[in-house]
Design a protein around this ligand. Structure first.
Ligand SMILES: *[C@@H]1O[C@H](CO)[C@@H](O)[C@H](O)[C@H]1NC(C)=O
Ligand SMILES: *[C@@H]1O[C@H](CO)[C@@H](O)[C@H](O)[C@H]1NC(C)=O
Ligand SMILES: *[C@@H]1O[C@H](CO)[C@@H](O)[C@H](O)[C@H]1NC(C)=O
Ligand SMILES: *[C@@H]1O[C@H](CO)[C@@H](O)[C@H](O)[C@H]1NC(C)=O
Length: 399
């Protein structure tokens, strides 16, 4: 290499290296540098908001850091976009809610709203301190209880690794969000805590939830209306009410739910396994749904379609219209049921369930050893059977 070429190479190399250092520069905004105390007693809400506002203006794909070794007490907070670049919120420290039933100014505790390319992860724990709310709900003294983590109108969200415990109500809700990957979460609340669903997805599309462990007092995962292209896999669920699509059609509303795929999940000690629930009087549809490779361990009602869903407090009268359920595919669904009736297909009187296929189903009694067996019940459902299906369905083409 001649002298001139060497100079050119050197100049190019230093240019490239300089750029690498600079181009890769993602600013870090640490909440502690913005005044957060992290002592678990002082409200750090303002420090978090200041940090967010600074990070949100930054265009280097910055990180908002919530460092480990601290416990941050937060009041209600809304992290609002749009921001100038993709934000990474790294939650390594713990976050706690006030240990009481607090005055609500917003709907939920921690809200992320209107943000594109949001990534949240870290080894921290988010504790909703829900017990004050649970007793108040038990006494029916409070009507609207906040969800802990509320993702609203976001696009391309990644949420992983965090641990959520003891939410006042649902732990994580996704609403009006397009594109989300939720993974490796741990969600825990007592089995008797009211409405503490693990993850609720509504009016959202293209969502993938996987590799998570969820045990709460309500559904591990619930999927509401306005959802399509939702994949749920590798979930360990229990205790709780299982994995649910619904409830749909409440107050004569219209449901639109399609392309929901639930696979490679294990449910232990839950009251329901995989369930579709709709209220009477609704309209619309729930279609193209599959449950594949599902394993039950001591589940009360492993497979349920209930088109007569009614909350305990409601007085539900019979109505003729209903959400139409079509094309539901169950394949390789196995395990044990703690009650005799392991499969319940209770379809609408006016709209029968269409295109229900069951392939390789084997649900035994949890007391199999004592010679107990399981059975199935059907109302206005017609089921196509493929392979071995146990218990036998009284509404199948082979019955
Ligand atoms: C869900 O899985 C289906 C089938 O593998 C795939 O076509 C679809 O893109 C997946 N959707 C999401 C949101 O991951
Ligand atoms: C299910 O409940 C039984 C009895 O309460 C308990 O012994 C068992 O460990 C539980 N299994 C799981 C996986 O939680
Ligand atoms: C419940 O419904 C029944 C029958 O329609 C009615 O007689 C009763 O008053 C209702 N109760 C309430 C609390 O609405
Ligand atoms: C509603 O319909 C279901 C199913 O046909 C029936 O079992 C139930 O008794 C009815 N309830 C009322 C309040 O009419």
């Amino acid at each position: 290499m001649g002298f001139v070429q060497s100079i050119v190479v050197l100049v190019l190399a230093s240019f490239v290296l300089g750029c690498l250092a600079d181009c890769n520069h993602n600013n870090v905004y640490n909440v502690v540098d913005n005044g957060a105390k992290g002592d678990g007693e002082t409200y750090d809400t303002d420090a978090f908001l200041d940090t967010w506002n600074a990070a949100c203006k930054d265009s280097t794909d910055p990180t908002m850091l919530i460092p480990s070794g601290f416990t941050f007490l937060l009041n209600q907070i809304i992290f609002k976009g749009p921001c100038n670049s993709n934000i990474h919120v790294q939650v390594d420290g713990n976050i706690v809610a006030p240990n009481k039933e607090w005055e609500k100014k917003a709907e939920h505790w921690i809200t992320f709203s209107e943000i594109n390319g949001l990534k949240i992860d870290g080894s921290g724990q988010v504790d909703g301190k829900g017990s004050a709310w649970w007793s108040c709900r038990g006494d029916k003294k409070c009507s609207k209880t906040p969800d802990a983590f509320f993702v609203l109108k976001c696009k391309d969200v990644q949420l992983s690794d965090l641990k959520f415990v003891n939410s006042p109500r649902k732990h994580l809700s996704l609403y009006d969000t397009v594109g989300a990957q939720v993974s490796r979460l741990t969600i825990k609340a007592p089995e008797d805590s009211p409405n503490t669903d693990g993850i609720h997805i509504q009016n959202s599309q293209n969502v993938k939830v996987f590799k998570s462990t969820i045990g709460t007092g309500d559904d591990c995962i619930s999927i509401g209306t306005g959802t399509s292209n939702i994949n749920i896999s590798q979930i360990l669920c229990g205790p709780g009410h299982g994995i649910s699509i619904g409830s749909l059609g409440e107050d004569e509303s219209e449901a639109k739910v399609e392309r929901i795929h639930i696979f490679n999940c294990r449910l232990s000690n839950t009251t329901n396994g995989v369930r579709i629930k709709t209220w009477q009087g609704g309209s619309g549809y729930a279609k193209d749904i599959s449950f594949i490779n599902i394993f039950f361990d001591f589940v009360e009602k492993p497979i349920v379609i209930n088109q007569y869903y009614c909350d305990d407090n409601d007085n539900c009268s019979n109505k003729t219209s209903s959400v139409q359920i079509t094309d539901v595919y169950y394949n390789n669904v196995k395990g044990s049921s703690s009650q005799e009736t392991a499969i319940i297909l209770d379809c609408s009187k006016t709209n029968s369930c269409n295109g229900i296929v069951m392939e390789n189903i084997n649900i035994k009694s949890a007391k199999d050893g004592d010679g107990k067996t399981t059975k199935a019940s059907c109302f206005n459902a017609e089921v196509i059977i493929k392979g071995d299906v146990k218990p036998r369905l009284p509404c199948s083409s082979d019955s």
